[in-house]
Design a protein around this ligand. Structure first.
Ligand SMILES: *[C@@H]1O[C@H](CO)[C@@H](O)[C@H](O)[C@H]1NC(C)=O
Ligand SMILES: *[C@@H]1O[C@H](CO)[C@@H](O)[C@H](O)[C@H]1NC(C)=O
Length: 456
């Protein structure tokens, strides 16, 4: 009996030692190599940067009108329920009526075409991007390249209000931005991969090449949501290309951070890694875990069966609207699920929101956008070397209250060179909800990063 006990303890200790050792040894990053994600075999393509204008054929619009007029999607909600069971069809009907009767695509197309857009082939895929340079630059003001990346269920449409704020020189700053905002491959007007494996590290690699094709060997970056995940990989893999990274989605998901999280949960009087006044944002952990489960069902299905989900969503504009707009309700403020109007009109217009839906609809990219989850959250992901390498380049984190929260004391686990940390009122779609706040924060943060970099 005694011997068995001692043996078990010994095995346990060896196991723990092995795990701890596993923790300490950083697996090397993969070799950088050129990949080919487009149809056919890898080849040299004649590859100038081409101008691009959105021009959707009438047939697509007629077909859309037909589908918006003929569907059977409005199952009445349960009595007394708003959005707790999912998107409320009374609100959906209101939005779909607006889409059918008031929303004018040809006008919106002009609006969407207001910034210069281009396409260029990178690793076999045509990548669509907006490229805005400042109009007039006063003497002594430096123009800094900024790579700006959207997430899911977003598009470059999120940036239409922030673009002029980033590209207009400001009092008190001796720099301004020239912004490159691409669509992620498989999103909007960027072509989708034809074979498996195009995860965030390879998209990051493609975006680095995109910046180089445009003529920027070194650049700044800004992103939230999946854009952040992509750019974090870029920052880890190609630190020499990145001068600084401003994120409104700094996340910490290292194994040790989970332990620190749990330790902090024990008592509000010793929150350890969490700022005392932020304690209730992170805990009680029970409620947090419950809400994580409730709000991440979409992630699970997109990561495991994107193509099945996509059959319905890519076929029904009404289904697409419910699926995506529900995320705008929860992401903006989870308490808005209890409101009849979902709080959508408080910060957005239906026109803004439908522009974004249209980018998914006219390009038929719902399914290919979902696949990014499958290419990220798969079994390799948890062993991915990228999760074990901190970001060494200067980083700024802007935390919006209703977005994913990473505690102050944990950020250092991933962001070894955190230069700026700020907190703001607002939600997940910061660029669309509060473009002014986000733009101000970018200027303040990049100023600090430049001083650290000795003004690059
Ligand atoms: C391409 O776009 C740029 C910038 O919008 C414009 O100056 C140029 O004339 C366009 N070129 C062609 C061939 O249309
Ligand atoms: C979220 O909504 C609640 C009311 O439902 C409000 O008190 C709170 O200030 C809102 N927070 C944000 C960040 O929008």
């Amino acid at each position: 009996m005694n011997r068995i006990f001692v043996c078990s303890i010994a095995i346990f200790v060896v196991y723990i030692g092995w795990k701890v050792n596993d923790f300490m040894v950083k697996p090397p990053l993969p070799e950088v190599e050129d990949k080919w994600w487009g149809p056919g075999t890898p080849r040299k393509v004649d590859n100038p940067i081409r101008n691009f204008t959105i021009q959707i054929p009438d047939e697509v619009l007629e077909d859309l009108k037909y589908r918006l007029d003929h569907h059977r999607s409005f199952t009445p909600p349960l009595e007394g329920i708003q959005h707790q069971y999912g998107f409320n069809t009374n609100l959906l009907k209101k939005i779909v009526d607006f889409w059918r009767m008031k929303y004018n695509w040809r006008e919106r197309e002009k609006y969407l075409n207001k910034y210069p857009q281009f396409k260029v082939n990178v690793d076999g895929l045509d990548v669509h991007f907006i490229h805005v340079k400042p109009d007039k630059v006063p003497e002594g003001v430096k123009v800094l390249p900024l790579l700006l990346v959207h997430g899911w269920p977003g598009s470059v449409r999120e940036f239409y209000d922030i673009l002029p704020k980033l590209t207009t020189p400001r009092e008190g700053y001796d720099f301004v931005f020239e912004v490159v905002a691409p669509h992620i491959p498989g999103y909007g007007f960027s072509q989708a991969a034809v074979r498996p494996g195009l995860g965030p590290e390879h998209i990051g690699h493609m975006f680095k090449k995109l910046m180089e094709k445009i003529g920027h060997k070194k650049f700044y970056m800004q992103a939230g949501d999946f854009g952040h995940i992509i750019l974090q990989h870029l920052a880890i893999w190609f630190p020499d290309s990145v001068l600084g990274f401003h994120s409104n989605f700094c996340v910490v998901m290292t194994p040790t951070s989970y332990i620190k999280h749990l330790v902090s949960a024990i008592s509000p009087s010793f929150p350890w890694y969490v700022r005392p006044d932020h304690y209730d944002r992170v805990f009680p952990i029970k409620e947090k875990i419950g809400s994580r489960l409730r709000e991440t069902g979409y992630l699970h299905i997109q990561a495991t069966r994107p193509d099945t989900l996509g059959v319905g969503i890519n076929d029904s504009p009404v289904g697409l609207a419910a699926y995506i707009l529900e995320k705008f309700i929860v992401g903006t403020n989870n308490t808005f699920l209890e409101r009849e109007d979902g709080g959508l009109e408080e910060y957005y217009t239906y026109t803004d929101l439908i522009d974004n839906l249209m980018i998914y609809w006219v390009t038929g990219s719902a399914t290919t956008s979902f696949r990014l989850y499958a290419e990220t959250f798969n079994k390799e992901y948890f062993a991915s070397p990228f999760r074990r390498h901190p970001v060494q380049i200067p980083v700024a984190c802007a935390r919006f209250e209703k977005d994913f929260y990473a505690a102050d004391g944990l950020l250092g686990e991933v962001y070894a060179n955190l230069v700026h940390l700020s907190d703001h009122f607002g939600g997940h779609f910061a660029a669309l909800q509060f473009p002014e706040v986000l733009a101000n924060d970018v200027f303040v943060a990049i100023q600090k990063i430049r001083q650290k970099n000795i003004l690059k």
